[in-house]
Write a protein that binds this ligand. Structure first.
Ligand SMILES: Cc1cc2nc3c(=O)[nH]c(=O)nc-3n(C[C@H](O)[C@H](O)[C@H](O)COP(=O)(O)OP(=O)(O)OC[C@H]3O[C@@H](n4cnc5c(N)ncnc54)[C@H](O)[C@@H]3O)c2cc1C
Length: 396
């Protein structure tokens, strides 16, 4: 029997009805984070971006903790134990406001907390994870160095044994939340390969300097970490960490959040462009009525929905335990590029207004420069996908 009822017209805000595939629990997470983000973050984010900092990172951490998004996908130790799709939706709704705010949550939950959760001792987990989940302690993750970015295996930070102690020397660069962190997870080369260390702020020899003059991710604190003869007890090492694969597995968790986050930034830019195009009049009619504008909106809505479907597909694979790191590379590569295209087109639809902080589009556009760079640059993910499909590595 064929059904002759006319299907409903697509919703311009969810054209392919991707969100109709969410469970009730996932929809509840989406709505809770969206409401919080629109009420508490959106009204302030342009000012934070213009100031080039987060004025109250501790208050923000506490608010994220109360919302339940810090380490929400981790099990136990005060963490939420949510599914991967639910966590992704939280990232999407936060990044629809600003990539810097999603970065705060990603670095805390998927890098610093995930490293302690995966590789830490029971004592380390018990000491740090409940406080970090509640937003009472801020964590950072120090892998990148001034001379070691895409190739972290070339790091110069060293940890050497001195009796039962460890002594760390080196410099980490571009570390999100470094200068406001209570604890840094620092990766260092040892005689046993690369290992992770839990470094509480205030340890003698450890200092952090904020990076200024950024033109991207301005509503986020970025820092240099300096380690000069930092002496740590034997139990500061993450006992389960062994080799470069350990930090890379954390990065894979965080870049999963980027897959969703980029879809959120893209959606925000498209929605701003649609609203602007319908209300802005030139030549006696809304600019939405011009074919060239409609072409931009059509390209945008396709990119936004492709990104949403990609995120949901990878999220479902992850919830089934089937997400390979190459799937996550695919998602980061595809969705960040899509978001960059959407942001650039949305900015042009806004004309001169598009270059101001009165509208979100250029803020997203410049943030996406960072998102395309960190946690594996666009080129590095292209090489991962290239290796996955050809079986041939072109990394070196
Ligand atoms: C705002 C911000 C926040 C950050 N937060 C953190 C953090 O919290 N913790 C942390 O550890 N790091 C962080 N990073 C660092 C980030 O992960 C690195 O910037 C990134 O890994 C790239 O390294 P790089 O900047 O040294 O670039 P490089 O590795 O020097 O790359 C420069 C260019 O060369 C290209 N390239 C490199 N190798 C190849 C190759 N084999 N083939 C083709 N092209 C290649 C790159 O794709 C890029 O285009 C952050 C960065 C920014 C901007």
């Amino acid at each position: 029997m064929s059904d002759h009822r006319k299907p409903p017209a697509p919703d311009p805000h969810d054209f392919l009805a991707v969100d109709s595939d969410l469970s009730d629990t996932e929809r509840d997470v989406r709505d809770a984070v969206r409401t919080f983000a629109r009420r508490e973050l959106l009204p302030n984010v342009a000012d934070w971006f213009e100031a080039g900092t987060l004025p109250d990172p501790r208050g923000l951490a506490k608010a994220f903790g109360d919302l339940g998004v810090l380490g929400m996908h981790l099990e136990g130790y005060g963490c939420g134990g949510s599914g991967a799709v639910a966590y992704g939706l939280a990232c999407r709704e936060l990044e629809a406001v600003d990539s810097g705010l999603r970065s705060f949550v990603s670095v805390q939950g998927s890098l610093a907390m995930a490293a302690i959760h995966k590789f830490g001792s029971e004592e380390q987990k018990g000491e740090w994870l409940p406080r970090m989940a509640a937003g009472e302690a801020i964590g950072c993750f120090g892998l990148t160095e001034p001379d070691s970015g895409s190739d972290p295996g070339s790091m110069r930070t060293r940890a050497r044994r001195d009796g039962s102690d460890w002594v760390l020397d080196g410099t980490k660069m571009w570390i999100t939340n470094g200068s406001v962190a209570d604890v840094a997870v620092v990766w260092a080369a040892t005689d046993e390969g690369i290992r992770g260390f839990v470094v509480p702020a205030g340890t003698p020899g450890f200092s952090a300097n904020t990076v200024h003059k950024k033109l991207s991710l301005r509503a986020s604190i970025t820092s240099e970490l300096v380690l000069e003869g930092v002496r740590l007890p034997a139990d500061a090492v993450l006992p389960g960490s062994r080799g470069l694969g350990s930090p890379l597995s954390c990065l894979n968790e965080a870049r999963y959040g980027i897959v969703w986050g980029a879809a959120g930034a893209a959606r925000a830019c498209y929605e701003a462009a649609l609203e602007y195009a319908l209300s802005r009049e030139q030549f006696g009619r809304p600019i939405a009525g011009f074919q060239l504008t409609q072409r931009k909106l059509a390209d945008m809505v396709v990119d936004v929905n492709h990104a949403g479907m990609t995120a949901l597909r990878i999220g479902r694979l992850k919830d089934e335990g089937r997400a390979h790191h190459n799937h996550v590379s695919f998602g980061k590569f595809a969705n960040v590029a899509a978001a960059q295209r959407v942001a650039a087109a949305a900015r042009s639809v806004h004309g001169a207004n598009g270059i101001t902080l009165e509208y979100p589009v250029m803020r997203h556009m410049v943030n996406l420069e960072t998102v395309a760079t960190y946690e594996g640059t666009e080129e590095i993910h292209a090489l991962s996908i290239g290796q996955a499909v050809t079986g041939v590595s072109a990394f070196r």
